[in-house]
Design a protein around this ligand. Structure first.
Ligand code: SF4
Length: 439
């Protein structure tokens, strides 16, 4: 793949929403959240996301809203608040909406006990229905217990995502995530036995001390365990935003050209191994629902990245979770203590977000199609001429084509997909907020 440093020089968003979370402001509050929940239509398919902001051990690189699980009482208090919020949100819906997906993320949902997981699933089903929903969960292999896996099997989780990142012991030590290969293999087997039919591994490139050979070896080890999907993310070193990353030795990080080469190696090696490339960082076996959605041009992007989840309406529950509601993107209070206090007092805690105008929704769709299908209708946007100008550097270098108003990413252009999407985003003309590197 050709490397054009100038086109990747500016950090850009990941576009898990449009407008992105950088555009959220604190003029949005619980009343806006309640009104938007009131606009959910009678039979609208709804996806629930439940955030568990706790992990048994905190990794040095992690930019998620999570903290050490620590005292059991803290987790109990949070779960009580979450149950209260579930009831409040369900009451606002008054039976409208039809839950088709339930996703548990974090943090590490398996910081919960099996009993807490059972109770959470029962409360969600009671409050929202969704007996036939598809359930998914993020799992930390370091803290997956047989009890927890049994609870997963009882509830019927079909999908799981395992945080693998790297198999290399020295890299694992450098990023504060020590999990021997045998532990990852055992977690894989446990999840399969618990009934998980779509298993994802998260891997990373651009880690301290990682070179092309180490990455290739890691990919081989991952493929040997036969995950149905892989997501391969570039490590974003932003210690000014994520202070826990200060422990990571910046001198050991690969430079930008090496990172670019590593992303390329991952794409080539996984495609060679029989995975279908989905967008710019996901890969799926042909039998997996994500690959099937890609065949039909139905892959979406939501706050968790690439997905086959078709729902327009996403309801986030738990501290820092984001909801996509009719006319509104809204995020709940990030601090889990303040969130718990509000929820246990019967108060919703949406405190940041942005109202969505019809043009935002349209632009969001155009950007989403570009990042999911590699092709989109630029001619739908009123500022298409200005965007076409901004895209010239990509068009001139053979990374994309623009024909009859349709923008198409060419094979060599995928590493630049987010950078191209940023040219469709008027907010990026105004601000260079803190985002991760474009590759
Ligand atoms: S397990 Fe996942 S969420 Fe928890 S600290 Fe590590 S990377 Fe972050």
């Amino acid at each position: 793949m050709p490397y054009h440093a100038d086109l990747l020089a500016t950090p850009v968003p990941r576009y898990t929403s449009y407008p992105t979370a950088a555009e959220f402001h604190d003029g949005i509050g619980p009343d806006d959240q309640a009104r938007a929940l009131g606009r959910v239509r009678e039979h609208a398919p709804v996806s629930l996301y439940v955030h568990i902001p706790f992990c048994e051990k905190i990794c040095f690189y992690c930019g998620c809203n999570t903290g050490a699980a620590g005292k059991a009482a803290r987790l109990e208090r949070y779960m009580a608040a979450l149950h209260a919020e579930i009831d409040m949100v369900a009451a606002k819906l008054e039976g409208r909406g039809r839950v088709v997906r339930v996703a548990l993320g974090g943090g590490s949902p398996n910081a919960l006990t099996a009993a807490q997981l059972d109770a959470l699933a029962a409360r969600l089903t009671d409050a929202f229905g969704g007996d036939h929903a598809s359930w998914s969960i993020e799992i930390d292999p370091r803290s997956l217990t047989p009890d927890f896996a049994e609870a997963m099997a009882r509830i019927g989780f079909e999908r799981a995502s395992l945080g693998v990142q790297s198999f290399d012991p020295a890299i694992q030590a450098a990023i504060g995530r020590v999990q021997p290969e045998e532990m990852i293999a055992a977690a894989t087997m446990t999840l399969r036995e618990a009934g998980v039919t779509s298993l994802n591994f998260d891997l990373m490139y651009g880690l301290p001390g990682q070179d092309a050979a180490l990455l290739a070896d890691n990919l081989e080890r991952a493929v040997a365990l036969s995950p149905d999907r892989l997501a391969v993310f570039g490590y974003a070193h932003v210690p000014h935003i994520v202070p826990r990353q200060k422990v990571i030795d910046a001198r050991a990080l690969p430079g930008a050209p090496e990172r670019f080469a590593q992303a390329d190696i991952a794409r080539m090696q996984l495609v060679e191994a029989g995975y279908r490339a989905i967008g710019f960082d996901h890969f799926a076996r042909p039998h997996d629902p994500l690959a099937k959605a890609a065949d039909l041009g139905r892959v979406r992007r939501n706050f968790q990245g690439y997905t086959d989840d078709p729902c327009e309406t996403l309801i986030g529950l738990g501290a820092s979770s984001i909801s996509r509601l009719p006319g509104l993107l809204v995020q709940t209070e990030k601090n889990s203590g303040r969130y718990a206090l509000r929820a246990s007092n019967g108060l919703l805690s949406g405190n940041r977000g942005i109202a969505l105008e019809p043009l935002d929704v349209l632009r969001g769709r155009v950007i989403e199609r570009l990042l999911c299908n590699g092709s989109t209708r630029l001619d739908l946007l009123p500022d298409r001429a200005r965007i076409a100008e901004r895209l010239q550097p990509f068009l001139e270098r053979g990374l994309a084509r623009l024909d009859d108003g349709r923008l198409q990413i060419l094979e060599e252009g995928w590493p630049y997909a987010r950078a191209m999407a940023a040219r469709l985003d008027p907010w990026r003309e105004q601000s260079q907020r803190q985002f991760s590197s474009a590759v």
